[in-house]
Write a protein that binds this ligand. Structure first.
Ligand SMILES: C[S@@+](CC[C@H](N)C(=O)[O-])C[C@H]1O[C@@H](n2cnc3c(N)ncnc32)[C@H](O)[C@@H]1O
Length: 299
């Protein structure tokens, strides 16, 4: 546990119960520029995260709030601001240290989502961004979320959707060329690289949540197909996930040479203009996108 002296239970008792974080100030924010500032070294990551943040910012988050699988706290920082989240939890020690330094959380804890060190009914909200797809069996995590939520509490999570694989640009390209096996192999490669274990439909999520005693309230697709196409092509151009010239140029080891500040400024100003139409694009009514935001409730 980082940055606390008393137990989370005791401290949360002092937290403003029923207070709600309405990121409406944040929902108007330019998440594309903010994400590019944070992830200038990996522009396609910034694009995906910008659209994700714009989507997540349209929800209201009740406190006390837990960020499940908080990582380094960067995303929660952009969404909720300093001290905007009560507790961050992640099993990865280095990420937990970074999250503790981020100033976003009142407390940060190293623990697994399948065995959370909190009493029943501790939180009014649980937020989890891009986490569940990395956990092969989500059953124990969903059961724990239900347990740590107060009655009426809500669970907000984002995951890649059931349409993710077929919306990959190079999957589509291979399929259009009649190479079905090649398309599948490409999507498998992406799964391995990103450590994605599953892609569920909203109906499948409703079923998984119900088994844990949670009710799916709503599910909303984001990342329209043209955005995922651009993201996939740009991952190749920037060599994200493999060795590349770009990877070498942005390597932290070369930071002392000083040029990275100029490169970062160029990336931010260029892509915040060039990618704006994709950032603002909506999934067509009744259509699907590569990402899925789910809101569930504990009755
Ligand atoms: C792609 S990162 C997302 C981090 C952060 N939520 C964000 O949006 O930047 C996935 C995170 O899930 C965490 N994670 C993986 N398995 C987990 C588990 N069983 N319980 C909680 N977190 C887990 C990882 O340690 C990692 O920090």
């Amino acid at each position: 546990m980082y940055g606390i002296t008393k137990s989370v239970d005791m401290q949360l008792a002092l937290s403003p119960e029923h207070a709600t974080i309405v990121p409406d100030a944040t929902s108007m924010r330019d998440f594309l520029t903010l994400s590019l500032q944070a992830y200038w070294f990996a522009p396609p990551v910034a694009l995906w995260r910008a659209v994700e943040l714009r989507t997540a910012a349209q929800e209201e988050y009740p406190r006390p709030l837990l960020d499940l699988g908080c990582g380094d706290g960067l995303i929660a920082g952009l969404l909720f601001g300093p001290q905007g989240v009560d507790v961050g939890l992640d099993p990865w020690a280095e990420q937990v240290r970074r999250a503790a330094r981020s100033g976003v959380y009142r407390w940060v804890q190293r623990a697994d989502g399948g065995r959370m060190p909190y009493r029943d009914g501790t939180f009014a909200g649980v937020f989890s961004n891009s986490v569940l797809e990395h956990i092969p069996d989500v059953g124990p995590v969903l059961a724990e979320v239900k347990r740590v939520l107060k009655p009426g509490g809500r669970f907000f999570f984002t995951v890649p959707s059931d349409a993710f694989r077929r919306m990959l640009y190079y999957y589509r390209q291979r399929l259009d060329a009649g190479d079905e096996a090649g398309a599948r192999a490409y999507a498998d490669e992406v799964d391995t690289c990103l450590a994605h274990y599953h892609y569920h439909t909203p109906e499948e999520w409703a079923d998984l949540l119900a088994r844990a005693g949670l009710t799916l309230e709503r599910a909303r697709y984001y990342i329209p197909e043209p955005v995922e196409h651009l993201w996939d092509r740009m991952n190749h151009r920037f060599g994200v996930g493999r060795r590349s010239l770009w990877g070498l140029l942005v390597s932290p080891r070369l930071r002392p040479l000083g040029y990275q500040r100029i490169l970062a400024r160029w990336v931010i100003s260029h892509f915040s203009r060039a990618w704006r139409p994709w950032y603002e694009m909506e999934v067509p009514e009744g259509g699907k996108g590569g990402g899925l935001l789910v809101v569930a409730r504990k009755e």
